[in-house]
Design a protein around this ligand. Structure first.
Ligand SMILES: Nc1ncnc2c1ncn2[C@@H]1O[C@H](COP(=O)(O)OP(=O)(O)OP(=O)(O)O)[C@@H](O)[C@H]1O
Ligand SMILES: [Mg+2]
Length: 358
């Protein structure tokens, strides 16, 4: 069953701009700027931001779908439209078969939108303890009061439970924000940067819970983030957004094969390597990475890992000079990089840190 259907959804935000913004605009020919300043200083002007352009997608029941995109790509706008919090400017959105604009009441109790990006700015009162805040929040969602203790346990907030919410670090406070998501039973969760600012051990628990909600509870989950590394092992499918448009979508293996991304086999050997000899065996998809003393590392880019490993064993094995072999399959990060062209050094660095945890 299709839980979400978006057809040609666009969203344009219209803001009335006041004098303060006008001088910030530059790069226009002098005269044009001059007239613009004069007329706008007097009247102000209307600024249109296109947040989503012609977005169409289908989400099936029980899927965990990652919505990936850099800052300002339209992730939050998309989730808010699906949740019924804001209206699309154009296009149609159906949730469980109901038009989200016309029939919001029929699905409002099935959908749960939550954002971790409100860090520190949420809760009933910063002066009340974490426990009291949770009690009130749970009351709003009609979750039994007894579950507050469970929430404190799951979110590892035991030693902070009696402290005023306002004294908590932003990361701890955002765990409080997430608490209702663990106990409210909804069919469709729209999670917007849910672990932003949350440390690894708590984030890991939250991911476990997300998986359980799907595996046991049968929930459908849309998970928006600009940190591709955190969802690498969580999502069944990905949608890549950029400047409000869908650039690509699908399962990781589909995306990889569409781009014909290759696996990298990194071999470290002792002694000198003749690049020409190697290209005659492995072809041109080869790169010498580093040379440290007698150790040399080469990267072989391949679509047939088994065969490459056999060739490596044949070429170097009997000379007993192989010191290390690493096989690195393409990741959602590689796919994302291809589409949004981020700096690959930064990406590798970040990925190493995150993959140790997720
Ligand atoms: N209420 C609003 N009024 C005007 N412009 C808005 C509004 N909300 C979002 N935008 C603009 O729409 C575009 C998409 O914003 P959106 O918040 O959906 O991006 P995002 O992908 O969630 O970004 P981030 O990763 O920073 O959370 C941005 O250019 C943003 O400035
Ligand atoms: Mg956002």
């Amino acid at each position: 069953m299709k839980v979400v259907i978006c057809r040609n959804v666009s969203k344009v935000f219209i803001q009335k701009m006041k004098r303060g913004y006008i001088l910030a605009e530059s790069g226009q020919p002098f005269l044009q700027l001059f007239t613009a300043i004069i007329s706008r200083t007097i009247r102000g002007y209307v600024k249109k931001t296109v947040a989503l352009r012609n977005v169409s997608l289908d989400i099936k029941e029980g899927e965990i779908v990652g919505i990936l995109g850099t800052n300002g790509s339209g992730k939050t706008t998309l989730l808010k439209i699906i949740s019924g919090l804001i209206y699309p400017s154009e296009g149609e959105v159906y949730v469980y078969g109901y038009d989200i604009v016309r029939d919001y009441d029929k699905v409002s109790d099935k959908v749960f939108y939550i954002t971790g990006a409100l860090i520190g700015g949420f809760g009933i009162s910063p002066l009340l303890s974490v426990r009291k805040n949770l009690e009130y929040i749970f009351k709003l969602y009609r979750i039994p009061k007894e579950r507050v203790d469970d929430a404190i346990k799951i979110l590892d907030l035991k030693e902070h439970a009696e402290r005023p919410l306002g004294y908590l670090s932003p990361g701890l406070a955002s765990r409080v924000i997430l608490a209702p998501a663990f106990f409210i039973k909804r069919a469709l969760y729209l999670l917007d940067e849910p672990i932003q600012g949350i440390s690894f051990e708590a984030a890991k628990k939250i991911h476990e819970y997300i998986r359980e909600s799907r595996d046991i509870g049968g929930a459908t989950i849309l998970y928006a983030t600009n940190n591709i590394f955190e969802v690498e092992n969580l999502c069944d499918r990905f949608i890549i957004l950029d400047k409000g448009k869908i650039l690509a979508g699908g399962e990781l293996k589909e995306l990889i094969s569409k781009l014909a991304l290759k696996t990298v086999v990194k071999v470290t050997v002792e002694g000198d390597i003749n690049l020409e000899d190697l290209t005659s065996i492995f072809g041109n998809d080869i790169r010498i990475e580093s040379k440290r003393g007698v150790l040399q590392t080469i990267s072989l880019f391949t679509s047939d890992v088994t065969n490459t490993l056999i060739e490596i064993a044949k070429t170097f094995g009997n000379k007993n000079i192989i010191k290390d072999i690493q096989v690195k399959s393409p990741t959602i990060g590689d796919v994302f990089l291809h589409y949004v062209k981020l700096s690959s050094e930064k990406y590798e660095e970040k990925r190493k840190i995150c993959l140790q945890v997720f």
